[in-house]
Design a protein around this ligand. Sequence first.
Ligand code: BGC
Length: 846
Amino acid sequence: MLKIAELQIQHQSNGCITDSRPEIRFVLQSDIQGEELEKAVISTEDWKMETTEQLNNIYTGPMRPFTDYRVCVTATGRSGEQARASACFMTGRLDQPWIGRWITDKGYIFAKGTSPAPMCFKKEFVCKTTVKHAWICCTALGIYEIYLNGKKVGKDYFAPGFTSYEDQIQYQIYDITAMLGTENSLKAIVGGGWAAGSMLHRRISHISCDRQAFLAEIYVEYTDGTRDIIKTDSTWQVSEDGPVRMAEWYDGETYDATVLDEDIVWKAADITSVRKAPKLLAQYGEPVRVIEVKTPVSVFKSSGGEWIYDFGQNFAGVIAIRVKKAKKGQTLVFRHAEILMQGELFVKSLRTAKATVTYICKEGEQTYSPHFTYMGFRYVGMRGIHPEDIEVSAYVLHANMPETGTFSCSHAGLVRLYENIRWSAKSNFVDIPTDCPQRDERLGWTGDIAVFSSTAVCMFDMSRFFDKWLLDVSAQQGKGGGFPVVIPKQGMNFTIAVSCWGDCCVLVPWAEYLARGDKRLLKRQYPTMKKYLKAAEFWCRFMSLGKEARYIWKRGFHFGDWCAPEGDMRKWMKKGKWTATAYFANSCKIVSQVAEILEKKEEAFRYRSLYHRIEKAYRKVFTDGNGKLLEEFQTGYILPLHFGMVSEEEGKNMAKNLVRLIHENGNRLSTGFPATPYILFALSDYGYLEEAYKLLLQEECPGWMYEVKTGATTIWERWDALRPDGSVNLGRLDGKEGADEKNSGMVSFNHYAYGAVGDWFYKRIIGIEAVSSGYQKFRIAPKPGGGLTEAEGSIKTPYGTIVSSWKIADKKFKLYVKVPVSTVCEVEMPDGTKYEARSGEYVFVC
Ligand code: BGC
């Protein structure tokens, strides 16, 4: 039977959409082998289209503000069977101007370099008669939560989310129909968050505003057809006296439960305006939510006298406590850390971040969890109460993107490594793609997601998350085509084209497009890509003489082979000209494909020729012309190999040289951020599959399995974050040991960059790889090795779930595959035999 298993409008079912034309897509399921979509009719009450596509169907019907639209799809399969489904979307304000005014407390001043005390806003209002439908539209500069009649509205954390506030701010819409009474009290608490609070280790604050501000409109529709709109204005009240005494990304939160409502001194709110004129857009990213509740696996008292809870997993989130009994004024202090050293919390790696939650109890039983901060931690150290008198658990917080990938295999270490990658992804998708969740950064470092995006899109449906972030990437692109190194830049204003980091503008949308096939994203991001390549071209030509030199990107600023196991920052950066030139070539190649898809033939041709000139220059300038680098290092081979910048013969030689370097290095890698994602591809795709597995399974440092063996539950920033001798590599930038205020180093135990190896798990171990966008055509070509006897995994694609599962028994390789409706799969067995499979389930043996 044909079935519509999922119907999405702008990548969600039954959600509110932004003010653009939404895309409609649907997933079909059928038990008829080879079934595919013949045609479909998509309609709403006053709009209709016919299509033969399951994705990229654009709604062009009427759009009225705050209106529910029911979208119906009738799909007909080749078999003649029909299926029907419907889903709703709601429009936001569209172009309707706000009548609410931004409000604040103009008298509130907080010191530069600190975060403000949360600002509370209050409004009392009456509902005249029976309410039919009511909702609130609101946003803030800062991060806010609203409470209606004492109950939290919605489930979101850190709304309105982190965007380039001078360009766009999200607003949220919450249905409050069921929460209203006759007399109502609405309270909004606005913490400093990213807009007003302190950022970076330099603690720059007031970045997007001088103090928090709030904007809201409450719509109440009555059954008698009338409507009230309650809007923010000077009739609202404001105060900083609430129980949340301090809230800070890095330092944590202080909550005083002894503060009573009647103690708060209110005054009239002031009307204010925002600095620039950002667009206010209905929430289009994934909101941050509580995704999971964790309970500690153990608790013990450290010799320093702190009760230490171990959650068994490093993650991003907040504690949630239930105090069974306490005295009024009893102060509980919770510190957070990723690791222990000699049985105590190790917090030096957090640098200036205090990551501390202080809770001042009221009398008796009570519950609490911070709402205006989060931490990256596995361990919590507690003082001020005995474990018998309290229950400590924790909320895992991250953007609510659906999980789409699974992986398991017969090697327990690899299964753990996969989990570590997954947890580092979860911990770093807190509204934007961050580098780390614990120390005084938690920033949108562009290079980290540039290399991790192709793994991320297998594991999660990143559509809405990336859609939001990429809008900021475009917005913050400099006039010359470069970018800030973190986006949104929030205090890091240095804008320049930096290879690999800047290539995020090509790599992220491309990975997303291959995974989900949304053409609109490519179209929207294409001008940004072009502008970046122009900047790269400029830098290549800058003071460069000679035919080839003009295609080598050596000037400007590069992170180079960032975080390679050997040497320090200076040494990594010296590798910039190799990494930059290779990444530039690769991006030109991708952008030529993008141009092709967007039917810009001439531009496609131009980027293709540019690509060829760069790859030739790389070989000419950096190699002996026969596949040997003049200055050899692993990354220098991996990038041209994986980016296809070599002739067949040279490729063979390069691969051989790479293998030699790895052997000379004791079968260990020596790569930083730019090449680590590709090292196993470079090996396995050039005939060195066993070498790839050996490297993957290497238990000595540096290596992925070293981290696993050492007990890591996430991916580390440095290969030797925890050294074999048990000490922490604090990564001081002056090369010395220890940490002090000035020379704070750089080591995190939760950085996903090296987790980019996850891509190889999907594409080679279980062998699933998209051939065309959205996996309409894909390959399943598993590459067994490394002593693995079985592996299994799946990816939920826009057409349905692809499964690849293999087992080796009795010298036979048995592969089970599941192919979604309307897709075509090319199966390639390890012995080279090929099959074509259309929708259905199959078993192949060799
Ligand atoms: C961040 C990174 C980032 C790097 C670039 C670090 O401090 O944590 O992951 O990409 O700086 O320099």
